[in-house]
Ligand binder design. Structure first.
Ligand SMILES: NC(=O)c1ccc[n+]([C@@H]2O[C@H](COP(=O)([O-])OP(=O)(O)OC[C@H]3O[C@@H](n4cnc5c(N)ncnc54)[C@H](OP(=O)(O)O)[C@@H]3O)[C@@H](O)[C@H]2O)c1
Length: 347
């Protein structure tokens, strides 16, 4: 067991008090901070820069980190966390999520993969461990969106359930406090809710003003599953391979820009305020201290008006940015096949 130090953590002078940050109460009664720091550096941001941002973000009041083994930086984040624990941060004051990557769905791989994340993060337990995608389809990091794995398969519920049983075992073993899904549609969640012994506590899904996913958002809420929103400012710096000519830009939307100007914040902060007020837990990524602090401050500052919230509800463009093409399993498919748009699981 790593000791939790019984000294108050030395926060930055301009820090936000973590106690003021809204919480999402999960079905277990646990409180998850309603904003987290994203840690996916993609091609642009190194593991060391992400680790530095983690230290900075915690010093300004963040207490929720969204990690994943595939981001390739958990070992650096772990080193940063160790420093913070030595400076008095207490493990129980932090919410850490990690995720099982697609090449580790096999029954024998789930627990080992979680243990590896724990080792890398230098933690004894995770607050949440998610299945990153419901497909076991693997692709090398940074590959072209046209690339396909010859072993790729559609969603097979019996196989997913075997993975999920191991996720449940992680809870029994005390390695993980909550398990959850990510990039999972309503038809797949229905099957999982029917068959799970331990139901998902969270579903991580793309959510921003131009992609509000109202049906899935309402579904998970009705099932007592908390929605965590990724790419909450519309991932403005994502790599070129993840862009298409039809993609829209949330932070350039006149409604977002107008609200931001009136409130006196960057449009990204307006997106974050909307997200928290709507009821999701956004996990914006930033390595810029001014930006991640502004995002956190935006969450504890006065709310958007009801008119603002209605205006943003009206600008949904159904514009999915993270399309997931590389996980397709057949030729001549389009990315829409990953998302069960007609209400049935695509085969
Ligand atoms: N479960 C999944 O499959 C999945 C998929 C994608 C992402 N995620 C998670 O979600 C996190 C966030 O998603 P994302 O990185 O795609 O997109 P995002 O958070 O919407 O956008 C990140 C970008 O926004 C900029 N930004 C953030 N706050 C800003 C502010 N106040 N003013 C100006 N610019 C700002 C950042 O630049 P600066 O660094 O310059 O501030 C960064 O380049 C990821 O890091 C990852 O943890 C999960």
């Amino acid at each position: 067991m790593r000791p939790s130090v019984d000294r108050s953590f030395a926060a930055a002078q301009d820090a936000v008090d973590p106690a003021l940050v809204p919480k999402r109460i999960l079905y277990t009664g646990a409180a998850m901070p309603a904003i987290g720091l994203g840690t996916f550096g993609s091609d642009r941001v190194s593991a060391d820069e992400i680790a530095e941002a983690v230290k900075g973000a915690i010093s300004v009041g963040y207490r929720h980190l969204d990690c994943a083994s595939v981001y390739g930086n958990e070992h650096r984040i772990g080193a940063a966390l160790r420093e913070l624990f030595h400076c008095g941060l207490r493990r129980q004051d932090l919410w850490v999520t990690s995720k099982l990557w697609n090449d580790k769905h096999a029954e024998d791989d789930v627990i080992a993969s979680c243990r590896q994340s724990l080792t890398d993060l230098q933690l004894d337990y995770l607050d949440a461990y998610l299945v990153h995608w419901p497909f076991p389809n693997f692709h090398p990091p940074g590959c072209s969106v046209e690339s396909r794995s010859p072993d790729a398969r559609p969603y097979i519920h019996d196989n997913f359930l075997k993975t999920w049983r191991q996720m449940e075992n992680l809870v029994d073993l005390g390695l993980v406090r909550h398990i959850g899904t990510s990039n999972t549609t309503i038809p797949k969640l229905r099957l999982l809710l029917r068959d799970a012994r331990i139901k998902p506590a969270v579903n991580e899904m793309e959510l921003h003003p131009h992609f509000q996913q109202p049906e899935l958002f309402e579904f998970v809420g009705a099932q007592g599953i908390a929605p965590i929103g990724y790419s909450p400012v519309g991932s403005p710096n994502r790599p070129g391979r993840d862009r298409t000519p039809l993609d829209t830009v949330d932070i350039e939307d006149p409604v977002i820009a107008g609200i931001a100007q009136r409130v006196g914040v960057h449009p990204a902060v307006a997106c974050i305020k909307w997200a928290v007020q709507r009821g999701q837990a956004p996990i914006p990524q930033s390595t810029n201290r001014g930006n991640y602090l502004a995002n956190l401050r935006g969450v504890v500052a006065g709310p958007l008006t009801g008119e603002d919230m209605c205006a943003i509800a009206g600008i949904d463009r159904n514009c999915r940015l993270i399309k997931g093409q590389v996980f397709l399993w057949k030729d001549n498919q389009t990315w829409e096949d990953l998302w069960d748009l007609n209400g049935a699981i695509s085969q």
